[in-house]
Each structure stands twice: as structure tokens, then as C-alpha cells.
Design a binder for this molecule. Structure first.
Ligand code: BES
Ligand code: ZN
Ligand code: MN
Length: 488
């Protein structure tokens, strides 16, 4: 669906040609060639981001069916990241046309051109996302069918084709993660998440094993069993493996897969539950990352163990004060059943660490406290290894998914001291994102580990440049970038 081409903007045969115009207005690449140098000015537009002008093909000035001029802001601050967002914003219109080309990458040279080719394709692909599965009325079924990123003949065509290929894989992965998260919990209990993972693994060529609740109980996954036992829908654990580097130690991933978080007996209020179908966003992002890695085949080994549960109150639910025994033997006192993510991740982390990974990364919609600290758009990262955290920060910066490091302040560990077990699952009122991370740290030993708290950015309450409100797919792009950088 995505392609790189060096045709002239005048000649490219698509349904829509998307051309940037910088502030001034100052025509961006291709605008003069297709005879539209004055169009923005004539329409009294200045080239600010959000400005746009749709021009139907008239007198044969260009071969495309129509041209969309899009405001791209100041020329000096036009980066590949801005290009991704500008094209993301144009995508809902572009999608109506079907086959789309853009000249945006032609504003760059060298290393930036490579980034821009990928970013432009991603922007169009991600911005065109819709979740219409449950709509029966007024559905616009026109789809983005083809994205052509125009570039220069002087560029390394093989490298540019690899960049659009990466964009295509990333867009497919993010789209799939968004679909999983947007699907209501009633349609996606743990067993269905596992089924979707198995189907993905078969398509992608990954090894996949799904652990049933009976297996999990038998092998001592007390955190997953404890959280899951209040629900009529039994838990699962999804294990995936990608092999691209012979016998190297694997990189290990896990993600919080709470299909629905009611809070359990420590019940949330009605508004607190409204978006809690998104509490498997960490799991979805790890699944999607594995899909992308299987398609891109880097020289790495990657394993994942993803716990999936439904956190419900019932006569069989775990109770505040219960003590559970995690995989590996550590016990925890469950004082608040709504702090459930850490309980299931503890089992998965202990299990992964047994496989002697080079490093472990977990992703979780873990704490409201992280949202209080960083707002809705920024991922919080914690870790016991600053080099690893640094690489995740760099990956996030490179793909435009903002991440900020928060401190794993060991002095706060005493807030988790329990009077009956090795650790309790809640701290005090303040520093809740930190005490949650400290709880997880207990289960990784001295393996390099990082924890991404995506409680805010996994789900957008408003439309963004890169998609409609709802699931965002964050941090799939960061994880894929991190893994590819790791293999390079
Ligand atoms: N899934 C929630 C965290 C969350 C809250 C994600 C809002 C997205 C939006 C998590 O399981 C939770 O309930 N955390 C509690 C922990 C508390 C009980 C220590 C929280 O953050 O309030
Ligand atoms: Zn939760
Ligand atoms: Mn909870």
C-alpha cells in the first residue's frame, strides 16, 4: 500500500496530491511545479498549521485528481516530526480520495529525508484511522488505499523503500493495537485477547503459547490468578517469541492486559470506569510491537509474556487484606484490589527474568498518579538502568512520542512494607506512580529493566493530529524504534 517514487509531482497519477505550504505563505516542494504557487495567498491563507485548501484538477496543470495544500507552519521549524503531524491532520480528507501522494519529504535532505519519508507515510496512515466496527449509520467506507511518498532521484532508493516499508509495518501494528484497545471489554475478554494474539502469531510467523487459568494456577502465578478470580472470564497469559539472532540473550517485553478494570472490591466510581476497557493498552502495544518485529526481522531475539485478566468484584473476588503468592514465591498483601496491574505484572516479570534476558521492558496503564504528574500526553519511564532508560527516551524523541523519566526513589520502598507479607500493593497518598514502579522493581532482580507508565497517553479523550479520540497505540512506535536501534 505504501510506496516511494521519484516521479515529478506534476506527473504522479493518484487521486490526491498533498503539498505543504509554509508560513508566509511560502510554497513548499512541488507547489510551484503544479502551478499552485499563488493559490494559498489568493485564498487569504498564510500557511499556519491547520490551514488547508482543496484544489480540483482543472486545466491539466497536474495529473493527480486533486491537490490538497496544507499549512505546515514556519519553514525553519519544519522537521520530519512536524511533517508526520501535518500529514496526519490532512489524512481524514486524503482518505476520501483513496490513492494519495505527498511531496512533504522533498523539503528535507540527507538523514532527515530518510526520517521524513517514513514520517510522511506514517502520518497519512495513522491519521486516516477510524474505528467503525460498531457503527451502523453514516459510515464512510472510503479507505486510504495507496500512499506514495515522492522523493529525489539523488536519494538512496533502496533505503527510502525500506523506510516506507517500516512505515507500513508500523501503521499496521499501531492500527491493530488501537483496534484491540477500542474494542469494548464485553467483546474482548482475556481469552479473546489471547485468541487474537494467536491468530497474529500464526500470520506473522511467531511462536505463541497461551497459558490457561488452570496452568497458571498450577505453576504458581498467584498475582494473575488473584486478580482474575472475581471474574466470570478466566485469565490467560500470552507468551510470544521472535528469533532473529541465533543464541543471543533475548530482550523481554511485558504489558498490562487488564481487559476491564472495575477496581474489583475496591470498586471505582462510574466515571472512573468509563475508559477502563483501555487497561489492556500495555498488552496491546506489546502484541503489536511483536507483530511489527516479526515483519521487519531485525537481528535480535525478543520474548514476551503478557498477563491478561479482568478485574471484577464478585463473591469469588480477592479481598482487601488477602495475601497472594507471586510466580517465584514473593508474597504480597493486597490492600487495594484496584492496584491490580502491578500484581499481574509481578508474575510476568518474575517469569521473564528466569529466562535470563538482556533487559526487560514493561508497558502499563498503571497509575492515575502518573497522569497527575505528566498530563495526558507524556509517557512516564522508570528504570534501574540509566543507559536503558536513555535509549527509550531517545527512541520516544525520535518518533514523536514524548517520554519523561521519573525517579525510582528507593527511599520510598518503605511505604510498601507490609506487616504480614513481603510487600503490600499500595503506598501512601503521594508519589503513587513511583511506589507502583518500586513494587515492580521488586520482581526484576538486577536485570536491566524499564517501566513505561502509559495511563495517560494510551487513550486520547480528544482527536489528535494522528488519529481520532480513543486508543492511540502509544508506545508501539517507540518500542519498535527502540528494538530496531538495538539491532543496528
Ligand atoms: N488502571 C488504573 C490506572 C489508570 C487510571 C489508568 C486512570 C488510566 C486512567 C489502575 O489499575 C489503578 O486503578 N490505579 C490506581 C492505584 C491506586 C489504587 C493505588 C490509581 O491510580 O488510582
Ligand atoms: Zn488498572
Ligand atoms: Mn485498577
Amino acid at each position: 500500500m505504501f510506496a516511494f517514487a521519484t516521479e515529478s509531482p506534476k506527473q504522479v497519477r493518484v487521486d490526491l496530491l498533498v503539498l505543504p505550504v509554509f508560513e508566509g505563505p511560502e510554497p513548499g516542494p512541488g507547489v510551484a511545479e503544479v502551478g499552485l504557487a499563488d493559490a494559498f495567498g489568493s485564498a487569504r491563507l498564510r500557511g499556519a498549521r491547520g490551514d488547508s485548501l482543496l484544489v480540483p484538477a482543472s486545466d491539466g496543470r497536474f495529473a493527480a485528481g486533486a491537490a490538497l495544500l496544507v499549512g505546515a507552519g514556519p519553514r525553519a521549524s519544519f522537521t520530519p516530526e512536524v511533517a508526520r503531524r501535518v500529514l496526519g491532520r490532512a489524512a481524514p480528507v486524503a482518505r476520501r480520495f483513496g490513492r494519495v501522494a505527498t511531496t512533504a519529504a522533498l523539503a528535507f535532505r540527507g538523514r532527515q529525508a530518510l526520517e521524513a519519508v517514513q514520517a510522511a507515510a506514517e502520518g497519512l496512515g495513522l491519521g486516516a484511522y477510524r474505528f467503525d466496527r460498531f457503527r451502523t449509520k453514516g459510515v464512510d467506507d472510503r479507505r486510504l488505499r495507496r500512499v506514495v511518498v515522492l522523493g529525489s532521484e539523488r536519494w538512496d532508493a533502496a533505503a527510502m523503500r525500506a523506510a516506507v516499508r517500516r512505515a507500513e509495518v508500523v501503521v499496521e501494528a499501531v492500527t491493530w493495537a488501537r483496534d484491540l484497545v477500542n474494542t469494548p471489554a464485553g467483546d474482548l475478554p482475556p481469552a479473546e485477547i489471547a485468541r487474537a494474539a494467536q491468530a497474529m502469531a500464526r500470520r506473522a510467523g511467531l511462536t505463541c503459547r497461551v497459558w490457561s487459568d488452570a496452568h497458571l494456577r498450577q505453576r504458581g502465578f498467584g498475582g494473575i490468578i488473584g486478580v482474575g478470580k472475581g471474574s466470570a472470564n478466566p485469565p490467560r497469559m500470552i507468551e510470544l517469541a521472535y528469533r532473529g539472532a541465533g543464541r543471543d540473550r533475548p530482550i523481554a517485553l511485558t504489558g498490562k492486559g487488564v481487559a476491564f478494570d472495575s477496581g474489583g472490591l475496591s470498586l471505582k466510581d462510574a466515571t472512573g470506569m468509563e475508559t477502563m476497557k483501555d487497561d489492556m493498552g500495555g498488552a496491546a502495544s506489546v502484541l503489536a510491537t511483536m507483530q511489527a518485529i516479526a515483519a521487519l526481522r531485525p537481528r535480535l531475539n525478543v520474548i514476551a509474556a503478557i498477563p491478561c485478566v479482568e478485574n471484577m468484584p464478585s463473591g469469588s473476588a480477592q479481598k482487601p487484606g488477602d495475601v497472594i503468592r507471586h510466580y517465584g514465591g514473593t508474597t504480597s498483601e493486597v490492600l487495594n484490589t484496584d492496584a491490580e496491574g502491578r500484581l499481574i505484572l509481578a508474575d510476568a516479570l518474575a517469569y521473564l527474568v528466569e529466562r535470563s534476558p538482556e533487559l526487560v521492558v514493561d508497558v502499563a496503564t498503571l497509575t492515575g498518579a502518573c497522569m497527575v504528574a505528566l498530563g495526558t500526553d507524556i509517557v512516564g519511564v522508570f528504570g534501574n538502568d540509566d543507559a536503558l532508560v536513555g535509549r527509550l527516551l531517545a527512541a520516544g524523541r525520535a518518533v514523536g512520542e514524548p517520554i519523561w523519566q521519573l525517579p525510582l526513589h528507593r527511599e520510598y520502598r518503605s511505604m510498601l512494607d507490609s506487616s504480614v507479607a513481603d510487600i503490600k500493593n499500595i503506598g501512601k497518598r503521594y508519589g503513587g506512580a513511583i511506589t507502583a514502579a518500586l513494587f515492580l522493581a521488586e520482581f526484576v532482580g538486577d536485570v536491566p529493566w524499564a517501566h513505561l507508565d502509559v495511563a495517560g497517553p494510551a487513550f486520547a479523550e480528544q482527536d489528535t493530529d494522528l488519529g481520532p479520540r480513543g486508543a492511540t497505540g502509544v508506545p508501539v512506535r517507540t518500542l519498535v524504534r527502540f528494538l530496531l536501534d538495538r539491532s543496528a
